[in-house]
Design a protein around this ligand. Sequence first.
Ligand code: DP6
Length: 325
Amino acid sequence: MRPLIQTLIPSGHSPSDCGEAYAPANIALCKYWGKRDEALKLPRTGSLSVSLGAFGTHMRLLPAKTDSLCINGMEFPADDKAHRRLFGFLDLLRAPDFRLRVESRNTIPMAAGLASSASAFAAAVKAMDALYDWGLDGRTLSILARLGSGSASRSVYEGFVEWHEGVDPTGMDSFAEPVAPVWPDFRVGILTLSEAEKAVGSSEGMKRTVETATLYRAWPEQVARDLPEIRRAVLCHDFPALGRTAENNALAMHATMIAAWPPVLYWRPETVAALHAVHQLRAEGVDVYATMDAGPNVKLLFLAPSEARIQEIFPHMQTVSPGDG
Ligand code: DP6
């Protein structure tokens, strides 16, 4: 993979004393679920997300004698999973004998049940770009971030972002691009329903789904319908269409996981209760929709005027304004 990556990075640049960058977390409205190439993290379909503004990862990279990782003030030893994954990724981008001190700070509330891997890998690529002054464009940053975690390809941008699946076996046409800025009233509500570590990670969950779930055959067709509709709804601020398509897309993704064997069932009783409460609110005329990733927690999509009523039903909801950078 390294030779492929080297074609994207300008040669002859020396590192400076420090490279610093920020990348937001993101939530997919049309999900990425299933790879066509595991190593290059090439997806079977496109996806579309909204970045979470000020919720994300700040990262500083400092040339050092040995590799070390500090996240939110805590040191992570070399045999830790997070350490191995991050430095395994940085190895793709750096000279073999070059060591780094990584200082990372997540502004995503720790208990929010939001994956920080997307913002972490996107911030890592941007910080490497700053450290070496490579001047990489968004497309290249996105391709490189994708190699850390598929959803990180979308976290190099703010706003609504689309990741094109591409067709090239090298992955050079599989990158994300901005679709539109977030409109000011758009809100994401985070419901933390369980903080237990999930039994099946997203990479393993999607692999198992692709390999064992006959329902997965219907997934590309679902995305082929949902992605253009969500893109249209984003561009013309058609919130009800955006919300219902995003909720249906998330539930369809979970249906494919549940149909895998062994089943990939992330839902807890609290997850189902929250979905029923969302449907009850809609029956009352409140425009609120749910989405979920590879875990039991639910994220709500709504517009600012509905916030007070939704907060009454979900007092612990944390609200994000994705448009606030
Ligand atoms: C359900 O990007 O975490 O959140 O590419 O294997 O690192 P890898 O997977 P990851 O998967 C995210 C899956 C999802 C949907 C999405 O974000 O589109």
